[in-house]
Design a protein around this ligand. Structure first.
Ligand code: F6P
Length: 357
């Protein structure tokens, strides 16, 4: 009989509830353990008493199709340098570890991206916590695993964005620019760009020149194709490598910068009318795709089985059509960006899509 904790950490995405549900089904249903859901990531463990709730299958079943996370999350508050109201930072790791032990837990499952998993692992090592990780991120940049929860839904939403832009672009003879998420990597842009029939795909891994982009648009115009669709990852910079500051958005993250920058430049050099759509956080919401629900369910069951077998400090991954567990140490701080020689990049080139280079 065990009592295990589960928390979600970092930015949310579609499929987190499906993973929580799978953990509860396996742990409660198969092993007859108790599952404690920790609220708002490690912040729930900082509170006194720790903020947590016991989860049963009846409670989690209706959440399979819901985006977000029923436990809440945060991507602010590094436990080792926690931002205090007076502007200073404070190491609050000991409080979190104490909160974990106050709950009487035997193990912890953390669902997070690269950054969150690294912090949770550090806490676990420091506090004698039996930890298992599940990868999630719409950016799909966690190393080793071919799938992370949330990516497929984000690609579906970005693809639908292009689908919807095609006809309005054609009706008005416009160049439409769709800016999508991906903090450091262009996985969403390259996948959705191919699936949604973009004419131009810009990702941070491939340097571009405006002349090449405008050349593609002019070539299409000569062929009587008076409209073009471009998809650009938010991580793309100016031709000379500067981050484009957007005039909208508060706080450290700003969106809509590179899309608007490109729209102005393309208009100036081709004379085409341009419009920009910034998808932003819509890519993290909505109905989780069947593939994300599937990935989340596989990962949830496998994570509980790791605990049952006494295998800790591991992360579940998807490789070659199956779930494979790897040491977390092999994964963290190794971003998986788009390989310029990958099949997807070659496919985009094969389709005649302009990648800007
Ligand atoms: O890492 C996931 C992600 O959605 C990125 O694609 C994006 O840059 C970032 O998080 C947004 O973070 P926030 O919700 O804090 O603005």
């Amino acid at each position: 009989q065990k009592r295990i904790g589960i928390l979600t950490s970092g930015g949310d995405c579609a499929g987190l509830n499906a993973a929580i549900r799978a953990v509860v089904h396996r742990a409660v249903g198969t092993y007859n353990w108790e599952v404690v859901g920790i609220l708002r990531s490690t912040q729930g463990l900082m509170s006194r008493p720790p903020q947590a709730m016991t989860l049963d299958t009846k409670q989690v079943d209706p959440t399979l199709t819901l985006a977000g996370t029923m436990l809440g999350t945060t991507n602010k508050g590094n436990p080792f340098a926690f931002p205090m109201p007076d502007g200073t930072v404070c190491d609050r790791s000991a409080e979190i570890i104490e909160g974990y032990h106050q709950l009487g837990l035997n193990a912890l499952i953390g669902i997070g991206g690269d950054g969150s998993l690294a912090l949770l692992r550090k806490l676990a090592n420091q506090g004698g916590i039996h930890f298992v990780g599940i990868p999630k991120t719409i950016d799909n940049d966690v190393a080793v695993t071919e799938r992370s929860i949330g990516f497929d839904t984000a690609v579906n939403i970005a693809t639908e964005g292009l689908d919807r832009l095609h006809f309005t672009a054609a009706s008005h003879d416009r160049v439409m620019i769709l800016e999508v998420m991906g903090r450091d990597a262009g996985h969403i842009a390259i996948s959705a760009g191919i699936a949604g029939g973009a004419d131009i795909i810009l990702i941070p891994e491939i340097p571009y020149s405006l002349e090449n982009i405008c050349g593609k648009i002019r070539e299409r115009q000569k062929q009587g194709k008076n409209y073009s669709l471009a998809i650009v990852s938010e991580a793309v910079r100016t031709e000379t490598g500067e981050v484009v500051e957007s005039s909208v958005g508060l706080g450290e993250r700003r969106y809509g910068g590179i899309g608007h920058y490109l729209a102005d430049r393309i208009c100036a050099c081709t004379g085409a009318e341009t419009r920009v759509t910034v998808l932003g956080h819509t890519q993290r919401g909505g109905l989780p795709s069947p593939l994300d629900r599937l990935t989340a369910s596989v990962f949830g069951v496998a994570a509980v089985d790791l605990i049952a077998n006494g295998h800790y400090d591991q992360m579940v991954t998807w490789q070659n059509r199956q779930v494979v567990t790897v040491p977390i140490a092999d994964v963290i701080s190794k971003y998986q960006v788009v390989d310029p020689n990958s099949t997807l990049v070659k496919t985009a080139r094969g389709l005649g899509i302009c990648l800007g280079d």
